[in-house]
Design a protein around this ligand. Structure first.
Ligand code: ADE
Ligand code: ZN
Length: 334
């Protein structure tokens, strides 16, 4: 076991958090009432009882239903404010938050309200909690590239607040190459690029994310370990992986936390980080993800410190900010 209190004490960055996946059942029910949206649940217990997943798609069906309660700028502000308070309690100092505009625009929500509400919360958190943060806009990969191009057009007016472009939703059957042109345009426009790959999808999807999309980070990446040459490439190019242990367990990417590949990733020289993905659905925020790994794998202090260090190494922050964050981490590590 890592030293008692070490996980809590270390400053961390969270780089893989879908803001819609931080919608706790109590807030979901409150927003349903506020906005007169009907849900098939009447209590927190009923919501939680529905969270049984055999695969990614089972979760996604509930995730899209849950986010249907989000309607106004203040709803998005309330959602992100709750997440940022929770992250601050875990000693998270920097966040890179995914959001899914294509999950909101079809019900008449304005892009500016989504972005405005999230930025209101980020501005408050910077002032009141000392957390810095950026937004990463994700394309839903089950939709087509033309739809993603429309989202990129909308994002161009907000380049000061959107630091990157990502790719999420149903992985199998929707390989990264489907989004080749829109990712090239996003890169030309100066966005950082990330993509979910190798969560359920095969190593080939990770290759495509790297070689065709040109991503700066891979979200998940578990299945990359099946391909030795791919692991060497990810290590050589220092492409970080944003790994999500409780998500992996709840979505049956692994059968048991004792099988989690995080140690193998570190041993292979990969810049693996620990993240919560959709904490309201998977039962834990960042520290609970670290704790679950520690309990199952008996992490050493050095492994915990390396994972926290990797989170800042992998963050889209300026070199001077990174150096300051790493110095504070070294001090907290003792
Ligand atoms: N959207 C939210 N969480 C996701 C995950 N774990 N995989 C793919 N898409 C997602
Ligand atoms: Zn994710």
């Amino acid at each position: 076991m890592a030293r008692a209190g070490l996980i809590n004490a270390l400053p961390k960055a969270e780089l893989h958090i879908h803001i819609e996946g931080s919608l706790e059942p109590s807030l979901m029910l409150d927003l349903a009432t506020r906005n007169n949206v009907s849900l098939p649940f009447s209590s927190r217990e009923e919501v939680l009882a529905a969270y049984q997943f055999d695969q990614l798609q089972d979760f996604l069906n509930l995730y899209y239903q849950g986010m249907s309660v989000l309607r106004s700028r203040v709803d998005f502000r309330d959602l992100a404010t709750a997440y940022l308070a929770r992250a601050a309690a875990d000693n998270v100092k920097h966040v890179e938050i995914f959001f899914d505009p294509q999950g909101h625009l079809p019900r008449g929500v304005a892009f500016d309200d989504v972005l405005g509400g999230l930025n209101d919360a980020l501005d408050d958190a910077a002032r009141n909690l000392g957390i810095s943060g950026h937004l990463i806009m994700c394309f839903l990969r089950h939709l087509d590239e033309v739809d993603a191009e429309r989202m990129l057009d909308l994002a161009l007016a907000h380049k000061d607040r959107i630091i990157g472009i990502g790719l999420d939703s149903s992985e199998l059957g929707h390989p990264p190459r489907k989004f080749k042109n829109v990712f090239r345009r996003a890169r030309d426009q100066g966005f950082h690029l990330v993509a979910h790959a190798g969560e359920e999808g095969p190593p080939d999807y990770v290759w495509e994310a790297i070689e065709i999309l040109g991503v700066d980070r891979i979200d998940h990446g578990n299945r990359a370990l099946e391909d030795r040459e791919l692991v060497l490439r990810i290590a050589r190019d220092k492409i970080p992986l944003t790994v999500c242990p409780l998500s992996n367990l709840r979505l049956c990417v692994i059968d048991d936390m004792r099988e989690h590949p995080i140690r193998r990733m570190l041993e292979a020289g990969l810049i693996a980080t620990v993240n919560s993905d959709d904490p309201a659905y998977f039962g834990g925020y960042v520290n609970e993800n670290f704790q679950a790994l520690d309990t199952a794998l008996d992490l050493t202090d050095d492994e915990v410190i390396a994972l926290a260090r990797n989170s800042f190494e992998a963050a889209f922050i300026a070199p001077d900010e990174k150096a300051r964050a790493l110095a504070r981490l070294a001090e907290a590590a003792g």
